[in-house]
Design a protein around this ligand. Structure first.
Ligand code: SF4
Ligand code: SF4
Length: 105
């Protein structure tokens, strides 16, 4: 096969495409991120978790006055745990066999 043919057969993926190929095995029985909402309400005004997650998994529910994390799409980077200086998050890696399976590194 000529080099040009080989290069043209290589698929060039965007970051979003690469992330979209990851596979998640969801642990419904034991979420690996749990939020203590009382600590959030009493101690945190800036809510940095809403801004730092690379997968945009944190949202704020005005009606419930609660931060919500969609842990099922977690990339397991640990950033939210680091920025939560009030220690409202209980964070651990998912149990063996669960969580993200990266397909591109
Ligand atoms: S950073 Fe921590 S304490 Fe602040 S809203 Fe997020 S989870 Fe709650
Ligand atoms: S560990 Fe990373 S990807 Fe997962 S919720 Fe926290 S910031 Fe988002």
């Amino acid at each position: 096969m000529a080099q040009d043919d080989a290069q043209s057969s290589i698929e060039i993926l965007s970051l979003e495409d690469k992330l979209g190929r990851n596979v998640f095995k969801i642990d419904k029985e034991s979420p690996h991120i749990v939020i203590d909402h009382d600590i959030c309400r009493q101690q945190c005004t800036l809510r940095p978790c809403l801004f730092v997650c690379p997968a945009h998994l944190y949202t704020f529910n005005d009606e419930r006055d609660e931060v919500f994390v969609d842990y099922e799409g977690c990339l397991e980077c640990g950033t939210c745990m680091i920025v939560c200086e009030d220690e409202a998050l209980t964070w651990h890696y998912p149990r063996a066999g669960y969580g993200i399976q990266y397909r591109f590194g």
